[in-house]
Ligand binder design. Structure first.
Ligand SMILES: Cc1cc2nc3c(=O)[nH]c(=O)nc-3n(C[C@H](O)[C@H](O)[C@H](O)COP(=O)(O)O)c2cc1C
Length: 351
């Protein structure tokens, strides 16, 4: 879309995080501009996890960490919007600069470190926003909470977001919070999920509604650990998995400016690895367990490849920066009426 290309040229002349802040501030003040930039919302109703999605395309976590522009993203035509990651207390995140573009590869590297205004501020905004899209809230731990006490942070957030979220995502896969990915280790994962499942029982009784809980996982994981996570998630009644977060791998961008920066790589170079994780998960969990695929989508064809790998729904982040809001309807159209592949028709992981 021409209007977005012009805006992008101006934004790309600025530091990556600064242009992110300006865009979010604009969308927050002018929610109607979300709809103007993206075209007509694609209606492709889907029922999953007891929720009704107007299409299969969602906003990935981290773009609107504080829920400041939910209405603008709603008007952009997303079927669902995931805000956060939010932590119990506000925190500044890592020192700047901490977000870098690699334009030739349509990629970003970030080490923001869960900079956010805290769960209370997010809940206050989410409670009064008008929207049609499903709202997910992604929860995490504060940087200064020892990993041994991480469960308490997730519990505190779960309790606070329960009344306003349609679903809750437990983020244990950001590479930018020290030791966070240790929570993917079997013993810690098991204990965290048991605690959250227990708390959800109480909350279900209190609110008369059982909210889906999903877990978001990293792409940098070996097969045994992946299978362990998938099995534990099902054992504890987790409702779905989101694959994947950013990667710490750099092979796809080696030698390019900023490739050496510490943090998580997102965008086009992540597509293949993230799709492989989705395909492996689908193989393990069977046809009915909800999977949300995220990582590297830059076109409708990329979204279709993720669906073919086994995703029920997809999410976008970096593609939105490079392609603009038109990507939302392009992907939703590409996924309209699709069914994901059976093992016999699924493309080979090597292709
Ligand atoms: C700048 C930036 C910040 C992010 N922050 C979060 C976050 O707070 N929580 C989270 O679960 N994922 C976060 N992510 C990961 C995205 O949600 C997504 O999983 C990842 O970027 C892969 O998708 P993409 O290639 O479409 O960007 C962030 C990604 C980027 C680029």
């Amino acid at each position: 879309m021409k209007a977005y290309r012009l805006a992008r040229n101006a934004l790309f002349a600025l530091d990556a995080e600064r242009s992110h802040e300006l865009t979010l501030a604009w969308l927050s003040r002018h929610p109607a501009s979300g709809g103007l930039l993206s075209g007509k919302t694609v209606e492709d109703p889907v029922r999953l996890m007891g929720l009704s999605f107007r299409n299969r395309v969602g906003l990935a976590a981290g773009l609107d960490k504080n829920g400041e522009a939910i209405e603008a993203f709603d008007r952009m035509g997303f079927g669902f919007i995931e805000v956060g990651t939010v932590t119990p207390r506000p925190q500044r995140g890592n020192d700047r600069p901490r977000m870098f573009r690699i334009p030739s590869e349509k990629a970003l590297i970030n080490r923001l470190g869960f900079n956010n205004q805290g769960v209370d501020a997010l809940v206050k905004r989410a409670a009064c926003v008008r929207r049609h899209a499903v709202l997910g809230i992604n929860i995490g731990k504060n940087a200064d909470t020892p990993i041994e006490q991480a469960e308490l942070d997730y519990l505190a957030c779960l309790h606070k977001v329960y009344a306003v979220a349609d679903y809750i995502t437990v983020n244990i896969s950001s590479p930018n919070t020290k030791n966070l990915r240790d929570l993917q280790q079997a013993s810690r994962f098991d204990s965290l999920l048991a605690t959250l499942a227990d708390a959800r029982e109480t909350l279900t009784a209190r609110y008369g509604a059982r909210r889906p809980i999903l877990v978001k996982i990293a792409p940098d994981i070996d097969d045994d650990a992946l299978i362990g996570l998938a099995d534990a998630a099902r054992r504890h009644g987790i409702d779905g998995l989101i694959a994947t977060n950013t990667t710490v791998a750099r092979d796809a961008v080696a030698g390019l400016p900023h490739a050496h920066e510490t943090g998580g790589l997102s965008g086009a170079p992540l597509l293949k690895a993230a799709n492989t994780i989705v395909a492996k998960l689908r193989e393990r969990v069977g046809p009915d367990f909800p999977l949300i695929g995220v990582g590297g989508i830059q076109s409708g064809a990329d979204a279709a490849s993720k669906r073919a790998a086994g995703a029920d729904l997809v999410q976008l982040y970096t593609g939105l920066i490079y392609r603009g809001p038109g990507l939302v309807s392009e992907c939703a159209r590409a996924l309209r009426g699709t069914i994901y592949a059976t093992p016999a028709t699924r493309p080979s992981l090597e292709s």
